[in-house]
Structures are given as structure tokens and as C-alpha cells.
Design a protein around this ligand. Structure first.
Ligand SMILES: [Fe+2]
Length: 335
């Protein structure tokens, strides 16, 4: 995918509103780990949801090309996430200035050239020292194809294949920061995966908005003073008062951190519709894709490209072939 539009905000909110986002983060107080969800049946069986990004990370060692032990990789990449709002629904009081920030709506209209912007979700990500997020593109959505039905890697393949553009609902994503962070830079590739990335430092009350479904991006390692804590799926990050936080496993403390050592971001995602008709067919499911149609079209394309000859391979082999054929990750940077 080629050049992508993005916009940065500095400052984002009024200083007092930005401080309130930190208070909101503390009030919320408890963040679960964002681990792999349950596996799908059929084509996705036995594969992690983000097999594409995980495989690339393990194979290349991420952007810095540093290959590590499996348990260290698990600790580095299992970060913490909770949702603050779904759609226009204010799940967490105090999020309103952020949820309804006009600048995001205007920028989202520019990014996709589509006038109707409908907020989908607002969520917080928290990373502790030593954590990072592998380079990836986000999970896109199509009419009739979404993560409730399809494996996430397949949705990513669908978008990269460009074979299902007429069913895609473009999404704009804003990522915002409310403290200064040591390390944890947001890296992204607005000029395509083969061009050098932009490396964006995390600074108080700033944001970026872009099409994260089309632009490769990730989070560089948050600065650490020693080995990473033994983080495992199922742990929680909790506010302990006075700018102090702890990772807990079944109540017992695994690690303690100061607020300034963490990396906190809030993301805003919105659907971008061309017109009311398009929004309607999204809501009423009048033009939905089916899983069988998706796989048939991809397999036909693999044959047309000469990648596949003879019999359709088994699900697992087909999955690997699709990821390899369509998703072209940026190369690791020179260490
Ligand atoms: Fe992402």
C-alpha cells in the first residue's frame, strides 16, 4: 500500500482536559491484559488471531531485529487494554471531550475523503517497561466480514489483497498520549512498508490520526532499568494511589511501577462512510460478504498469480500461503 495521509495534534486538548485524562485512567484503575481471543473454527482453527504479525515478529525479532526467548516475547507483547466508550455511548464518565473532539472528525473526513464519521470505540492501552508492540496493520472491517466471524489475520489478508475494497468500511484511528514517555515511540510507515518509518516520540497532550488498517505501525520498547517482569496472560495492571501502579496475578503483586515509567495511550476509532446509503447497507447487512465467497476469491487469485497449482491445500497450509502472499511487512531496521 502506498502513501498514506496522517495528521498530528500538538497540543490536543486544553491542558486541564488533558490532565483529566490521566485522572480518568487512575479512576478506571484496573486494566486487563489484551491477549489472544478464542480461536475460530474452520480456516482459523489452531492459529493465533494475529498469526501474521506474531510470525513476522518471531522470525525477524521486530523492528530492531532482536530475536529473544519465547517467554520474554510473551512478556514484551502482552500489554494492558480496557475500553472507555463504544460508539457514541459514554461508558466512562469524563471521556466526552476526547470522544467528541471535533479535530478527529474533521481529520477522519480528510483521511478517507468520506464525510460521514461514526465513532466506533475509544480504548486505553498501557505498556510497562520493556514492553513493545510488534509492527502490524490493524484489523479492518468489511460488510459481512469482521472479527466475530473471521480470524483476524484473514481480515488483514483481505485488505492487503485489495480484492474486497468495495465491501470495506474505512476506519480512521487517532492515537493520543497524556504523558511523556521514555522509549515507547510510535513508529509508522506513511510512505509504504519499504520506505523508512517515522518514529514519533510520546509527549503529553499530543495525538496522531491515520489509517492504521493500511499503514504499518507499532510501538518501540518502553525504557527499562532491568529485565522485564515475568508477565503472563491473565494478569492485571492496577492503580495503587499516589502515581503508583502494580501488575497483579490473582491479587499478588508481580511488579510495581511509577506512573512516569509506564506508557499510556488512548485510541479513537471511527467508521468513515461515503454516504447514507453506505451507512444503511452496513447497518442492515443488505450487501454482506460470506466466508465461502471470500475464500473462493482468494484461492482464485492465488491460482491467477501462479502461487497455487492443483488441489486446494489444507486450511493450515492455505493460511500460511495467504499471509505470505499478501502481507508484505517492512524489513527490520538496521540495529
Ligand atoms: Fe495497531
Amino acid at each position: 500500500m502506498t502513501e498514506q495521509v496522517y495528521e498530528s495534534f500538538d497540543p490536543l486538548l486544553l491542558a486541564e482536559q488533558a490532565e483529566n485524562m490521566v485522572r480518568l485512567c487512575e479512576r478506571f484503575g484496573r486494566y486487563g491484559m489484551y491477549s489472544e481471543e478464542g480461536l475460530n473454527r474452520g480456516i482459523g482453527e489452531d492459529l493465533p488471531q494475529r498469526y501474521d504479525a506474531a510470525m513476522n515478529f518471531v522470525r525477524t525479532g521486530g523492528r530492531l531485529g532482536q530475536v529473544e526467548e519465547q517467554d520474554v516475547l510473551v512478556a514484551r507483547t502482552n500489554y494492558f487494554r480496557e475500553t472507555y466508550a463504544y460508539g457514541e455511548h459514554v461508558g466512562t464518565p469524563g471521556i466526552e471531550p476526547f470522544l467528541h473532539y471535533e479535530g478527529f472528525t474533521k481529520a477522519a473526513q480528510q483521511i478517507h475523503g468520506r464525510p460521514i464519521i461514526e465513532p466506533a470505540i475509544v480504548y486505553a492501552n498501557l505498556l510497562v517497561p520493556g514492553q513493545q508492540l510488534a509492527t502490524h496493520t490493524d484489523v479492518p472491517e468489511f460488510r459481512g466480514a469482521n472479527r466475530r466471524i473471521h480470524p483476524e489475520w484473514l481480515l488483514v489478508v483481505m485488505h492487503h489483497s485489495e480484492l474486497f475494497d468495495e465491501w470495506r468500511i474505512p476506519i480512521a484511528t487517532a492515537v493520543s498520549w497524556f504523558h511523556n514517555c521514555k522509549g515507547g515511540e510510535f513508529h509508522f510507515y506513511p510512505n509504504g512498508a519499504q520506505a523508512p518509518p517515522q518514529v514519533h516520540p510520546v509527549r503529553f497532550n499530543t495525538a496522531l490520526i491515520l489509517d492504521t488498517d493500511s499503514t504499518f505501525h507499532g510501538i518501540d520498547r518502553v525504557a527499562e532499568r532491568g529485565p522485564i517482569a515475568p508477565l503472563r496472560p491473565g494478569m492485571q495492571l492496577t492503580f495503587e494511589g499516589d502515581r503508583s501502579w502494580a501488575v497483579r496475578s490473582n491479587g499478588s503483586v508481580i511488579a510495581r511501577y511509577r506512573w512516569e515509567d509506564l506508557r499510556f495511550s488512548i485510541s479513537w476509532k471511527a467508521y468513515c462512510f461515503a454516504d447514507e446509503d453506505e451507512r444503511q447497507s452496513w447497518q442492515t447487512h443488505s450487501d454482506d460478504l460470506s466466508v465461502d465467497f471470500v475464500l473462493e476469491r482468494l484461492i482464485d487469485d492465488l491460482r491467477a498469480r501462479g502461487r497455487l497449482r492443483g488441489e486446494r491445500p489444507g486450511d493450515h497450509e492455505l493460511a500460511l500461503m495467504l499471509i505470505d502472499e499478501y502481507i508484505h511487512f517492512p524489513p527490520p531496521a538496521a540495529a
